[in-house]
Design a protein around this ligand. Structure first.
Ligand code: AMP
Length: 191
């Protein structure tokens, strides 16, 4: 089973993806994590995307599609969870093509519905918790970058809700519920 977790920054995509990995032996493909890893290891691509990411803008489709293409080659017995990808219509088309080339399908798109006030609080909390634990704080977990990230979500990513609805793939769950309740709603949507 291959699924997409769709929702704005702070909606809980990463948290729910990790639960699915633990429970269903699926493989999480987070383009945000891949891009941060490229920055940490100092690759040319990592250097190229750093400023764009810190400002909260999207990196090019070409770069993220390339990252996903590489990871798909490794395969996944329990299926893939796409977390933070696709974020644009061209990325969605590219994913459909990549899966078709592998003889695979997309089985569900789960939209995590939340409201913006909660997102700001969650992201400010995420930064505070990381700071308190002595862990690095994401450079884009600040109010200014968050505003840009939300604008990017509404402008470039939210059209995917209509795109997948039209294909009959979309399922929406209440992302404001507790972590366990959201997980239960996702499990129901996938059953
Ligand atoms: P995330 O961890 O998913 O919030 O992603 C962090 C940042 O990485 C985003 O704000 C973008 O700059 C970049 N990024 C991650 N995934 C994508 C994507 N699919 N398309 C374009 N940019 C992305």
């Amino acid at each position: 089973m291959n699924i997409i977790l769709l929702g704005p920054p702070g909606a809980g995509k990463g948290t729910q993806a990790q639960k699915l990995v633990a429970e269903r032996n699926m493989v999480q493909l987070s383009t945000g994590d891949m891009l941060r890893a490229a920055r940490t290891s100092g690759t040319e691509m990592g250097k190229k995307v750093a400023a764009v990411m810190d400002a909260g803008n999207l990196v090019t489709d070409e770069i993220v599609i390339g990252l996903i293409r590489e990871q798909l080659e490794n395969g996944a017995e329990g299926g893939f969870i796409f977390d933070g990808f696709p974020r644009t219509l061209p990325q969605a088309d590219a994913l459909a093509d990549l899966l078709a080339d592998m003889g695979q399908t997309l089985d569900a798109v789960i939209e995590l519905r939340v409201n913006d006030d909660v997102l700001v609080d969650r992201i400010v909390n995420r930064a505070e918790e990381a700071r308190a634990a002595g862990q690095p704080v994401r450079a884009d977990d600040n109010e200014e970058a968050l505003r840009v990230r939300l604008a990017a979500y509404y402008k470039q990513t939210s059209p995917l809700i209509g795109y997948y609805y039209a294909k009959g793939d979309l399922q929406s769950v209440d992302g404001l519920a507790s972590m366990d309740d959201v997980a239960a709603s996702i499990a129901e949507a996938l059953s």
